[in-house]
Design a protein around this ligand. Structure first.
Ligand code: HEM
Length: 212
């Protein structure tokens, strides 16, 4: 009888689960899987929230109230999205601190660069997420932030105009903040996390080949 088509993939997965993980990679793998899981939880709750969230200055406040008041478990979704975001920052900090401790990053600089980039993007995601409420406070935070960006020589003005979507903070700015938060930054984080896992798998293979 012919073997099922996916038996190759299954036996590969079974083999990978049984294979011993080299001691020096265990912490990195554990932390990376935890960060990936928290990120996927953010994507999941984010997609559910975006079914109701409306990124326009006129509708945003009503849509937030709708999520909290009328959507079943909406308050929980929003709370999860908020707190997991803080958890993600905390775990990224621990991950980077671990790499710095005893200069463990030496000889593994690519892990460090990828981790630092993920950390920066998670902070950007948390910052843009907090702005999505688009209330008075968020409006002034954006204004002040972009005024500071404008003071950067040569590129500041151009960068601020691109983020604002013109010379004034208005509906275009909210729309761009939303696109950065829900599309652009998550895809970048996903690619970085996959590159990080690919590095770990490569090093595990090397360790197995060396030990064989
Ligand atoms: C690592 C990834 C992400 C992080 C760290 C993050 C973080 C945040 C934070 C801190 C808020 C403000 C929450 C609050 O205080 O109410 C927020 C809001 C929001 N995020 Fe995300 N987010 C991520 C990914 C996503 C994705 C992928 C989507 C959609 C596809 C999304 C959709 C939303 C929506 C709709 C809101 C507004 C609703 C609200 O404020 O609760 N997020 N995000």
């Amino acid at each position: 009888m012919a073997a099922p088509a996916n038996s190759g993939i299954l036996s590969l997965a079974r083999g990978a689960l049984r294979a011993p993980i080299p001691h020096e990679l265990r912490g990195d793998l554990g932390m990376s899987v935890l960060i990936l899981a928290l990120f996927l939880l953010q994507v999941f709750t984010g997609i559910l929230l975006s079914l109701y969230y409306q990124p326009s200055p006129e509708a945003v406040s009503e849509s937030m109230q709708f999520i909290m008041r009328d959507v079943s478990w909406g308050w929980l979704l929003r709370g999860l999205h908020h707190w997991v975001s803080s958890g993600l920052i905390l775990v990224c900090c621990l991950h980077l601190a671990r790499a710095l401790w005893g200069a463990r990053y030496r000889g593994r600089e690519w892990y460090w660069y990828l981790g630092a980039l993920v950390m920066v993007l998670v902070v950007v995601l948390s910052f843009t997420g907090e702005l999505l409420v688009w209330d008075n406070q968020a409006y002034w935070v954006v204004r002040e932030f972009l005024a500071d960006i404008e003071t950067i020589p040569f590129i500041g003005r151009g960068v601020a105009d691109v983020v604002r979507g013109g010379s004034e903070v208005n509906a275009s700015t909210l729309s761009r903040t939303w696109t950065a938060h829900a599309l652009f930054a998550p895809w970048l984080v996903w690619m970085l996390l996959m590159s990080n896992l690919a590095l770990i798998v490569r090093d595990m293979r090397r360790a197995w080949a060396g030990g064989a």
